[in-house]
Design a binder for this molecule. Sequence first.
Ligand SMILES: Cc1ncc(COP(=O)(O)O)c(C=O)c1O
Length: 418
Amino acid sequence: MDIFEKITSNIGPLGQFADQGYGYFYFPKLEGQISNKMTFKGKECIVWSLNNYLGLANHPAVREADTKGAQDWGMGYPMGARMMSGQTEYHLELEQQLAAFEGKESAYLLNYGYMGMVSIIDSLLDRHDVVVYDSEAHACILDGLRLHMGKRFVYPHNDMVSFEKQMERAKKLTDETGGGILVITEGVYGMSGDLGNLKGILALKDKYNFRLLIDDAHGFGTMGSSGKGTSEHQQVMDKVDIYFGTFAKAMAGIGAFVASDRQIIKTLAFKMRSQIYAKSLPMPMVVGALKRLELIRTQPELRDKLWTIVKALQSGLKENGFDIGNTASPVTPVYMKGGVGEATQMLYDMRENYGVFCSIVIYPVVPKGVIMLRLIPTAIHTLEDVRVTIDTFKIMKQKLLAGEYSIGGVPFVADEFV
Ligand SMILES: Cc1ncc(COP(=O)(O)O)c(C=O)c1O
């Protein structure tokens, strides 16, 4: 069979509704400037779908640093991979500051978190080693594991009883192979908003002798009393062996970093193929990240503002009978019952008639019959945004329960993929 014919006849679970939802539910086209509000299809709406936890994307000092970085260096500089011709004093300075912030000996920049994580996992392991990981691990962790030639044992999300069972299996196996055990968890799970049980995992460290890698993409900058992440929040910073954070969420930038002992970081710098064979992080990103880190460190009021909105949104939803699962972070899921058709009609109504824009997650990412709306609060939302959104959700829920979304379709024409 021709592979083109084969793949285009089934573009996978995410692509199955591509022709009905392109440009609206999938790949919505952003227009103009964005803050707590944005324009979508010509109408203003409150937006809850942006990775901009602390509002830094719009912060004047950040805008100025980004602009100056581009003015001074251009977007191209440095013109090479880090190892060959991509290292500058700014890259090194940012790494030192990140390491100090995370209480680690060293840190190393990654040009994208996703690719960085794939290579961290790849670099740490050989076929004798065993990985134990959570079933809700992010795609970048799963892709890293695809490169792993040894065994991997998965435990159901945050299920500590199963975790220990998998650790027993891992220990038995590594006792035979002479390999080691790597445990991978996220700090904040980006869909459900609940936290990896770092404390529970670390409590078994002496018994099973493993190393812990945490992906704290959503926790860096948002969690902990000084924004150092979920490990600070759970008071286990010194026990996490490898800390990974991205600039793509709280920093509203691009790039990421990994922090650990100096010898580990040195090893990673010489082994991570996605970094060795790819261009170094451009200078405006590095200069911009230095400014963002400074603001995270020196302006706790940004985090306070974020959490004021988070608390108002989450408690308001709960008080009004919405199921927001076990979130303990800014990520706010709202679970409802319904099919894909109802979900799309509800979202359409919400955007067109009530001016509220959030993301929707449907089967197969969540079980059949579950609709998950996902909201990302930020420091630049207002309490009025929260009020309007909760009022809208109440109306949506009533309409959903009354069956108003189960008849007919959505009156819009999807964009064509060009
Ligand atoms: C948990 C998690 N890990 C890693 C990444 C990838 O980071 P980046 O956007 O820097 O590639 C993301 C998403 O951005 C994420 O949510």
